[in-house]
Design a protein around this ligand. Sequence first.
Ligand code: FES
Length: 107
Amino acid sequence: MEFDGWIEACSADDIALEDVIRFDYGNRSFAIYRTANNEYFATDGYCTHQKVHLEGGLVMGRLIECPKHNGRFDLSTGEAKRAPACTALRSYPVKVASGSVYLKLND
Ligand code: FES
């Protein structure tokens, strides 16, 4: 469901603490993260190093570690934090309301 540019992606409880899920919308794919501190973030789903989805990655604090070569990205900004990843992911505003997670796709 879409409202004022916000897309309802999933239930807040669909993502365990320190975990990540895949969310596909149209022809795009995203990764939505929940940290141990119960913060939610969203980025493009595919690693910028090679086309591997980050849904299989490891959430560590505010970092996601790619499952293929262990490159790391900042969840909140998408900034690449460890080689071989060197190009940032796009990140997206996220809000949680009435038990659902919403993404704003800032095209
Ligand atoms: S595919 Fe993600 S670091 Fe290489």
